[in-house]
Design a protein around this ligand. Structure first.
Ligand SMILES: [Zn+2]
Length: 53
């Protein structure tokens, strides 16, 4: 499975922790994150802009 925090693979035997997402709309989903503190993957909320044209 894939870690929801750092987007890296959680290998079998590696410690992971379930995180339940209980949303008012939509189904409850459970994702997993590394038990050890891992760095969040950088979020790309907007496409990279080019300068110049
Ligand atoms: Zn992780």
């Amino acid at each position: 499975m894939i870690c929801a925090r750092c987007d890296e693979l959680i290998r079998q035997g590696e410690d992971s922790r379930p995180v339940v997402h209980d949303r008012p709309t939509g189904p409850i989903t459970t994702v997993y994150v590394h038990e050890k503190r891992c760095a969040p993957a950088p979020q790309q909320t907007y496409p990279a802009r080019r300068f110049g044209a």
